[in-house]
Every structure is written in structure tokens, then in C-alpha cells.
Design a protein around this ligand. Structure first.
Ligand code: NAD
Length: 450
């Protein structure tokens, strides 16, 4: 709905009833290019192919593209291999971005938006890809819709992406081409399921045509679609991540307090989470959040707030609390042993289970601290060892979790389900993730904040 200032006011489009939903067969097949084949791009492309659309993956790394072309995922994500293999006939790959733009009507920008050293957002990949898309649009006769799925600060699409596209293409936004924000809310480890069963799809558009293209694309999911302006949509993504990160740091602060008072924080959260206003989800304490999103997005929002003259006190505390949590593991370990010269086993290197992503994994500060104390490290993870080796080539790795259990002490850093099958009897365990079996069996057991 258009508001008085010529802007969309947020509209929630209620999902259709079962009988209304004709499925994808009743909808037009769209030709879609996906730029960036990382966690977001690979999942988005595979899932849109499953919905029946023709997908061209555009990447820079031919090895990754060859993997996709052979029906294999370039990242570890449950269900993604099967989805790619099943939909191979609808998928092509290329490093030729202009060709992909020419052959498609929709383009998803799924490139990385990492942090600069000062925490601010690094938009180089978005900028570079906008130049390439803009140049390609110049010779594209059809009406093309560009969708920014990368997480970008409010205003980025309007003040960076659109001006570049217009300048490079010599075309006019909303007249010759469309643009939309469509932030991604997937959780690594359950990204495929999240795509098909998301709580909501957010689409940010400033024109009717782009909005209807996206509504048509997502209607088969039969989930609520929240339609708003581009800028608001960009802010929804940051607000979501900032809130979830805050909930975790809050739980950790309460957990630290509970530990001092001899109270089990998990019992507390269970009791508190029954309150529908609070909810039990994302309400647990441990060694903090990692990954490619929460730390970088909260830092980017902090840096952006400061450029606007706002001091974001809560967000700053969220990051500080998160940084302190891994140290708690080392403090607890020191209570039970003199670390220097000892072998310490690390269970889990990925930032979360069911993922091979090690970006900002809590294993990084834990291992750094142990190395400073003069410990020898032996580490195990079901899928993230290769990625972690690039960060820490000099520690020992094993493909057998039992080797980790034979160390002088065991630190649980990631809550992989298979760690529930290990035998912790007689072991000294410091647990950052609340593994029930370790809690019951270990000879000496310390939970970080319970
Ligand atoms: P990623 O680093 O795994 O993937 C980005 C990919 O883009 C890389 O493979 C890179 O090579 C490719 N790329 C960059 N420039 C390119 C170009 N010019 N042409 C072709 N390919 C190019 O990142 P990601 O985790 O997939 O995240 C992508 C975006 O989505 C980020 O903004 C991130 O914040 C956001 N996001 C990520 C997640 C997540 O869980 N990973 C969830 C929600 C949102």
C-alpha cells in the first residue's frame, strides 16, 4: 500500500489456504541468476530450482561451480546435495556474469558483506557486482529485477546499488529495471528446511512491479510474506540478528550469575521461556555466538549507529559479553589443572553443529587462549576440520573423537549430536554447550554457565 510520502507501508500478505494453493505448477517458470555460491547463494538457487525455476549460478571459483554442476554442494549443508542432484536439469553454472544476466530476468545478489577492521561493513563485493550487473543491463533488452539478498545496511540499495546500476546501464530504476531487498533468515545447518518452512519472507520494494515479481516467486511457499520498503526490509534483517544476539548475550550474563549462585541456568530459562512474550527459542547460555552473521552484523550496526551520532550501548554490551564467554572455559579449566604442557582435546570446530562454517567460531578464541597457556591441542569435528586447518595449520587434528577423549582434559565447543554418543566416564570435561551425556558421565564436569 502506498503511504502519503510515496512509500510502501508494511503489509503482511497472509498465506493462502491449502485449497487456494495451486503449487508451482500453476506459476510461470522464471529464469534466475544467483551471484555468489556461498551458503546463501547455493541454498537459494537450489531451493528455487526445487520450486521449478531455471537457475544460473554465477561464481568466481570454477571448482565450486563444477561441484554444483555435478550435483554436489560446495558447502556442507544437510539436504543440499540431494536438492542439487534432483534439480540438475534446471541448473547451469558460469563465471560469465554478463551472459547470465542476459539469459535471466531475475538476479539475486548473494555475495559476502564481511567486516572491515573497525567493524564497519565492507561493501566491496556488493559494489563490484553492482558495476558488473549495471554494465550487463545496458545491453539487456528485457525488464530485469535485481534482488539484494546479501545483508546490507539500510540505505545501501538506494544509495549505492541503484546509482551504480543506473550509471553503468544508462537506464532508469523502476522504469527499465526493478530492484528489491529480500534479506535471508536461514540458519546454517537447517538452511534448506528454513527456506521451505520459514516463519516469513520479507520483501522490500519501492515499486509495484518488483513487488509482484517477488510475491509470485514466493507464493508457492505458502508462508507469510511481509512486504515493505527497501530500507525497512534492510533494517528488519539487522534488527532480527541484533535481537537474537542480544537474547544470547543476555542468557549468558544470567547464566554467569546463576553459576556463581549454584543455580542451573537451564532450569531458569525453561521456567522463563514458558512466558509467550519471551519464548524458549534462542534462550540458552554457553560460550557465545559465532558464525558469519551475528558478530559481523551487530558490529556493522554499531559502527553505522556511531556515524549517525547514536551510541548503541546495548549492542556494544552484547558484543563485549560474547567476547568474554570463551575465556570462562579457560578459567574453569585452570581451576582443575595447570594447563602448560598438557594436551587439551577440543570437541567441535564449526561455529555450530551441522555446518562446516568456522567463521568466528568460538573454537578460535578458545584455542588461541590455550596456545598462550602453552597447551598442546588435539581437535575433532565431523566436517569442519579442513576449513579450520586454514586458520590453525599447526595444531593436531584427528578423525576419531576418541583421540580427543584421551587428552588430559576435554573442552566441548560445538554441540554436534554425535558427541552425545561418546563415553565421558573418567574424563575431565569443560562444557561450553551443555551436552547432557557429558554432564552425567564425566568424572569432573564444569558447565560454562550452569
Ligand atoms: P559466502 O562468503 O559464503 O559467499 C559469498 C560468495 O560470493 C563467495 O563464494 C564469493 O566468492 C562470491 N562472490 C563474491 N563476489 C562475486 C562476484 N563478483 N561474482 C561471483 N561470485 C562472487 O557468504 P554467505 O555466508 O553466503 O553470505 C552472503 C550474504 O548473505 C552476506 O551478506 C551474509 O551476511 C548474508 N547472510 C548469510 C547467512 C549465513 O548464514 N551464511 C544468513 C543470512 C544472510
Amino acid at each position: 500500500m502506498w503511504g502519503s510520502g510515496g512509500r510502501w507501508s508494511g503489509t503482511l500478505i497472509v498465506p493462502m489456504s491449502e485449497s487456494d494453493n495451486q503449487g508451482c505448477s500453476g506459476l510461470a517458470v522464471m529464469k534466475i541468476s544467483i551471484i555468489g555460491t556461498g551458503y546463501v547463494g547455493a541454498v537459494t538457487g537450489a531451493c528455487l530450482a526445487e520450486l521449478g525455476h531455471d537457475i544460473i549460478f554465477v561464481g568466481r571459483d570454477t571448482k565450486k561451480l563444477d561441484l554444483i554442476q555435478s550435483g554436489k554442494s560446495p558447502i556442507y549443508e544437510p539436504g543440499l546435495d540431494q536438492l542439487l542432484e534432483k534439480n540438475l536439469s534446471k541448473i547451469t553454472t558460469t563465471i560469465d556474469l554478463p551472459d547470465a544476466i542476459c539469459k535471466t530476468a531475475l538476479t539475486f545478489i548473494c555475495v559476502g558483506t564481511p567486516s572491515n577492521d573497525d567493524g564497519s561493513i565492507d561493501l566491496d563485493q556488493v559494489r563490484a557486482v553492482s558495476h558488473s550487473i549495471g554494465k550487463s543491463l545496458a545491453s539487456d533488452d528485457g525488464y530485469h529485477t535485481i534482488i539484494v539478498k546479501s545483508t546490507v545496511l539500510p540505505g545501501t540499495s538506494e544509495t549505492l546499488v541503484i546509482p551504480i546500476l543506473e550509471k553503468e546501464s544508462a537506464k532508469k530504476v523502476f522504469v527499465d529495471f526493478g530492484i528489491a531487498s529480500n534479506p535471508e533468515f536461514l540458519k546454517e545447518g537447517s538452511a534448506v528446511a528454513d527456506f521451505f518452512h520459514t516463519d516469513r519472507v520479507v520483501i522490500g520494494t519501492n515499486d509495484l512491479k518488483s513487488r509482484s515479481v517477488l510475491e509470485e516467486l514466493y507464493t508457492p511457499l505458502n508462508v507469510p510474506i511481509y512486504a515493505t520498503t527497501i530500507r525497512t526490509s534492510e533494517m528488519i534483517k539487522y534488527t532480527s540478528n541484533a535481537f537474537l544476539a542480544t537474547k544470547i548475550s543476555f542468557a549468558n550474563e544470567i547464566g554467569n550469575l546463576c553459576k556463581k549462585m549454584g543455580i542451573d541456568s537451564y532450569d531458569v530459562f525453561r521456567g522463563v521461556g514458558l512466558d509467550a512474550r519471551i519464548s524458549p527459542h534462542f534462550f540458552r547460555s554457553g560460550i557465545g555466538f559465532g558464525g558469519s552473521c551475528f558478530p559481523k552484523d551487530v558490529r556493522a550496526l554499531i559502527a553505522h549507529a556511531r556515524t549517525l551520532g547514536v551510541e548503541p550501548q546495548i549492542l556494544t554490551a552484547v558484543i563485549e559479553t560474547n567476547e568474554d564467554q570463551p575465556e570462562k572455559m579457560i578459567e574453569l579449566l585452570k581451576r582443575h589443572m595447570y594447563i602448560t604442557g598438557k594436551t587439551i582435546g577440543i570437541l567441535g570446530l564449526a561455529f555450530k553443529p551441522d555446518s562446516d562454517d568456522v567463521r568466528e567460531s568460538r573454537a578460535i578464541p578458545v584455542i588461541e587462549a590455550l596456545q598462550k597457556e602453552g597447551a598442546t591441542i588435539i581437535a575433532y569435528d565431523p566436517v569442519a576440520i579442513d576449513n579450520f586447518k586454514r586458520l590453525f595449520p599447526d595444531i593436531s587434528y584427528t578423525n576419531d573423537a576418541q583421540d580427543v577423549l584421551n587428552a588430559d582434559a576435554v573442552l566441548i565447543v560445538t554441540e554436534w549430536k554425535e558427541f552425545e554418543d561418546l563415553d565421558y566416564h573418567g574424563k575431565l570435561v569443560i562444557d561450553g554447550r551443555r551436552l547432557e551425556k557429558a554432564r552425567k558421565e564425566a568424572a569432573v564436569y564444569e558447565g560454562v554457565c550452569w
